[in-house]
Each structure stands twice: as C-alpha cells, then as structure tokens.
Design a protein. Sequence first.
Length: 559
Amino acid sequence: MAVLEYSNVLVIGLLLGVCDCSSKFLHERPASASNQAFKDEIMNAMGSVLGCGGEADQGHVAAVRNIMMPMWLTIPKAHGSRIDRRSMRYLVHRYFMQTSSLMVKGFEPTRPTNDSNWGSADILSQMVPAYVESVLESQHSTQNGFSFQDVLDMVLTLDQLIFDSESALLENVYEHQRKSQRRSLSSQGLVQVLDEYMVKWMVDADEETHRILLKNRTFATQVLPHYEAILKFAEGEVRTFDFKRQRMNAPDAWATRYSFEDAHKVVGGITRSFQSFWQSECSSMKESLMDMDKYNTGRVPLAKFYNTAINSDWRFGESEAFLRELGALDESSSWIGPQVIIPNYLQATSNCIISTSHYSVCCVAECETLLGELESAIQAPTASPEAILSIVRKMTSQTTLDHDEPAHLDGNMVSQLEQVAKSNGGMVPLHSRLFAQWLHYVFPHECPYPHKNGAVSAATISEFGDQFVASQADMKRHASNATALDITVTKEDLQWMSQWSSDEELMLDYESSNSWRVFFFVACSILLAAGGVFGGLITLSSGKKDVSSAQGSMHSHWV
C-alpha cells in the first residue's frame, strides 16, 4: 500500500482519531454534518476497510488486482505510474461493469462531472459529507495522481460502501416484520425477510404499493417478470451462503440460524450476482433485436422496433425522445429514417432491472470482454494498426453458445483504423473515441457507438420524466413504414456507416505532463493514512424498478 508523506499522515490521523471497528453500518448523512458526526460516520463505514480487528481478505484483493491490471497497463500515466481522476473514474466504472454489471451512480461515462472530474451524484459524495474535500484541500497541491494501489483501494472502498448502503433497506424490512436485529432467524424467517427485501429492492414505490405487492402475489407477478424465479434465486443465495460458511468451518457453520449480519451478507451476494441470474432476459432481448437486423449493421429501423412492440414484444416501448437522450438512436440516414443502435439500447438505463440511489444493475457490457482481450494482448496505451488487426482477426463476438459472429473486417474497416492512427500520430490510442467507434463497426452487436462527450446522458426513467414511453399513436405512425423497409439491398447500399464521425476525443489524458495536479479523494486518503500509521491491510466483507403506474409501465421494461 502506498504511504502518504509523514505530515499528511499526521494531519489525517489527528482528524480521524484511532481506528474504531464499530459494527454500526453507514447511512446517508447530509453534507452539513458536524465534524464529530463526520468522524463517527467515516470510522463506522471504514472499520473493515482499515483492517481493524481482522485479517485481510487476500483472495478478494488478489481477484480485484487480476481484473484491474490489464486495464491499468493500457492507461496513459504521468510520472510513469500515476493517473488522474478522470482515469480513476473510468477504471472504477469498468471494473464494476465487468464483474457484476453494476453501473455505480456518478461514475457513468456519460454522467456530467464537476471541475474536478468527479460526479456530483456519486456514491462517495452522497455517503460521505462534502465537508471532507475542504478539510483535505491543503493536500491537493502536493498530490501527483493515483497509483495502481490507490485504484485498488478505491474499488474496494466502493465495494464496501455499496454493501453498507444495503443495510438501510434490510433494517426497514426487519422493522416492518417486527423482527429484532439482535435475535437470529430461522431459515423460514430469513426467507420471509428476503421475499419482502426483493420486492422493495426491485420496485421503487411507496409503502402502500409495496404492501399490495407483498399481499397479492398475482399482482406482483404481473409487475415483476419472473417473480417466482426471483424468489427462488434469493433462496439459492442462502444456500450459497451456507456452503461458504461450512467451507470456512465457522463455529455456527451447520446451524440453521441467521444473524442480521448473515442476512446482510446474503443480500450483498444478491447484489453482486443478480445480473448473472437476469442475463437470460438481456440475451433474449438481444436476440429479438438481431432478428430484426437482417443486414448485421447493429441497427434496427425504429419502424420495425415499434412494429414489434405493438404486435409481439412489450419490451420495446421507449419514446423516440428518450431513445435519443440515451444515445440509442441513429438519425444519420435520411433514407431509412431513425434506427435503434442495438448495443447502445441494451446498455441503456431503461434496461437496468435494478436502480437504487447508488447503483443500477444492468445488462452485461459485452464489449468489455472484447476490449479486455485487446488490453491483455497489447499491454500499452497505444498500438499500431497492424498489431490491433492481428489480434482482432482472431477474435469473435461469441457472447453466447449460439452466437459466434466474426469481426467485420473488410477493406474499409482496415483503412478506417489506419486513418485513426494517422490522426493520432501514427498510433491508435486504445481509450479514444475514434477507436471505440471503430470497435463498434467491427463488432456492431456488442460494442456501443461512442457519442461525443456531453451529447447523451445516463438518465433513468424517473429522471427523464413522464414522456419516457412512446404513445400508441407514435408507435403506429412509425410502424406503418415497417413493411416498406423489407427490400433486398446490400449492406453497403444501406450506407450503414453514415453515423461515422471523424471527431476525436481522448477518453483519458494521453498528453499528460509533470504539471498534473490531481486530487486524492477522502476514502483513499483514509486508507493510505491507515497504511502509513498501522501498516494495516485492506479488509473487506468482500432498485429499483420504477413501478410508474405499476402494470401500465410494464411495456417500458425495467428501470
């Protein structure tokens, strides 16, 4: 673990006091919290992170390190080994999307950031008082960026904060069922807790709506797709917890009783593994879209999109304005008209089954696998077109057993990559808009089209407003042109690359200099200070569907 200068350690050590491993979980607190409240809050939240009273989970730390290292090697750095905040946000976002398809609020690539390149709505800003920034301001000018260890610390810290944030809802369920947090539950009692927890986690509604859903399973089944299967999944997480407890030879390994902390670990496991359970729905949606994409352009005419929504598939009902806001609409073809971009649509927030105040659980970002394969092979921020082509020619977009599509690498795509290199001094930056755009056309069903910074947003349905769903009149108006598009032409005749833009934007700082001034965030500072004072190791314990008129919003699928 990196160590702050002794003076910085002393300042932060005096600020935070001694390490307190209280079992109290972190709850949200307004930014105006008092100094003492802040210190109590930080120490309660970070007890496990600072390694107080326990061994570090080295297996988890090693797993995070193995995932992050290939990404780290391809990130441009200052001073040989440091990155800025923007790069930190980018890596954190990719880690959580790769491992659990969690889109952490404030870390989305399309989310506007403040002047320090940090999101105003991120989980750290919400759960840690903004007062911290001013306290540590004196350290800002002395820092030159984030090291690889700092990135690991941030990922692990966020992992812990997300886990802690779930305790508030769990406590609500215990209170509603009049169960004491100090008394253990039987297996049946835990299942009762999880049944209510899953409804409240997945459905963003008031208590009265939750009461109706919990009382009427028929109604719950109509609001929540595969409701019974979801409850079985939750029960499966209990069995997984039991198995892990038995492997660890814990004193109560074979017990059928569960403490509040046990229940908390179970719901934490649900958060991290829910996407793998739900991926079949995402895959089904992708297959439906690909069936409409007869020319393999990665696009579906909006006319066919709405025609399917009217006749057979309730899922494709977002309004044209909402699709445009999400960056899922290609309006570059005057002949075909507006088209839905398949990977952009699948990754849109409207398809995130869970949306809490801190994170969303979304469909798998399939391009992450492809980009990760390139990163592992190249291990540098830039590469020559020849090196990239030699790797890509061996790649396929085999995201399912039934789908194994080769890369679209005709002569035009080769020349486009060479042009990307030419516009960047002869080498291709792996983390640039033009290369992401090239990947989109090479893997049009997996890699999203990259819009220019600030052009689109990651707005949820609730953030966008009432006009998120298309009216029947609008859908019918577009769908009336669906049959007119059933003509036999070649892919080139469709001008399928009409959306290509030569505007370059580097996602990261490829032109860094020694004048970098990058600011450490408080959580990392705490971890580093703890490392310097205690020599401790990191220890880590390792929605919601917007009902929006309940049944009436089902055709918009999930928020």
